[in-house]
Ligand binder design. Structure first.
Ligand code: 2RA
Length: 315
């Protein structure tokens, strides 16, 4: 008789991933409520051999719900997550709505589980709680960088991301496929999700650009890293790019440490890190690729090497 669940945004790309992972991990739920907007309410979906009716998301949806998994955008989370918490639900929110709230834990379970240690299902009086899930590009970066940080203290991190269509949702993945077919057929590509052609192209991430010249995606990575590492001094800068790949973001991460860290030690630390797989075959020139890691949980790390620009000899 495990916890009762609610999945908010169940028809979206992440909502579907929630169900996929719950099933893969044999999560011991007692019951699940499938919640979405009025547009999807009434439709049916089958999960683990049972048929469910998708219900319209309302505050009352959370009566008796132990855990609510949210991924329906920031405005829905801002509107509905507090109502769920009031009803005693532990909310895990995938949106950016509460990530930088000082009182809300921003958690990567493999990295900083202690930030949510005070929240337990066996809580007295069933008071609810809210846990914020970091942005995907932050998560994959810190899964690899944190074990190294804990060993040699990162003082500066420079990240370039190569983000897949999946980060922009199911409709963006559909548009990439459609455009690819259209371009190959010599037709004008349909550009609804992104203002420019995406197939056979790449562009600066579609998040709005701020007055400082960074886009919101880059600011998320920079701010969330400081919060998760509980270190406001670490220098972080990022450039986020959208690339024509269906799933799995890729990143280049350059780390400067306070203490010396040689390549072999870094490699050993990464090999031992939870949720990290080292794919670094120089002889065959084989390194992580999005196709290889799609639909897998681990973060694949390769091209591990000293930064020659830092140790005086320039190769
Ligand atoms: C993206 N990380 O890829 C953002 C949101 N999922 O667009």
């Amino acid at each position: 008789d495990g916890p009762s669940l609610a999945v908010v945004g169940v028809t979206g790309a992440v909502g579907q991933e929630f169900l996929q992972v719950l099933s893969e991990r044999n999560f011991p739920y007692r019951s699940i409520r499938m919640l979405a907007s009025r547009r999807s309410a009434g439709r049916h979906l089958t999960f683990e051999g049972r048929e469910y009716e998708i219900e319209e998301l309302r505050p009352e949806s959370f009566d008796g719900v132990d855990i609510g998994l949210f991924s329906a955008g920031g405005s829905i989370s801002r509107e509905m997550a507090p109502a769920a918490v009031e009803r005693g639900t532990i909310v895990v929110d995938n949106s950016s709505a509460f990530r930088m709230d000082p009182g809300i834990p921003l958690v990567i379970p493999e990295v900083n589980p202690d930030a949510m240690a005070h929240i337990s299902l066996r809580r007295k009086g069933k008071e609810g709680a809210l846990i914020a899930n970091p942005n995907c590009s932050t998560i994959i970066c810190l899964m690899a960088a944190t074990p190294l940080h804990r060993h040699a203290k990162v003082v500066r991190m420079v990240v370039s991301t190569y983000q897949a269509a999946s980060g922009a949702g199911a409709a963006a993945m559909d548009e990439l496929e459609l455009q690819t077919r259209e371009v190959l057929d010599g037709k004008q590509p349909t550009c609804k999700i992104f203002k420019q052609q995406y197939a056979f192209n790449l562009f600066s991430h579609n998040a709005p650009i701020l007055s400082n010249g960074y886009n919101e995606e880059e600011m998320k990575l920079m701010k969330e890293t400081r919060k998760i590492w509980n270190n406001s001094d670490v220098k972080v800068t990022a450039t986020c790019i959208r690339v024509p790949v269906m799933r799995a973001h890729a990143e280049s991460v350059n780390l400067q440490f306070e203490k010396p860290l040689d390549e072999d030690t870094a490699r050993t630390i990464l090999k031992d890190a939870i949720g990290v797989v080292v794919v670094d075959d120089r002889a065959s020139n084989l390194f992580p690729t999005p196709l290889e890691v799609s639909n897998k949980d681990g973060v694949a790390v390769g091209r591990i090497r000293q930064d020659l620009s830092q140790d005086g000899n320039h190769g």
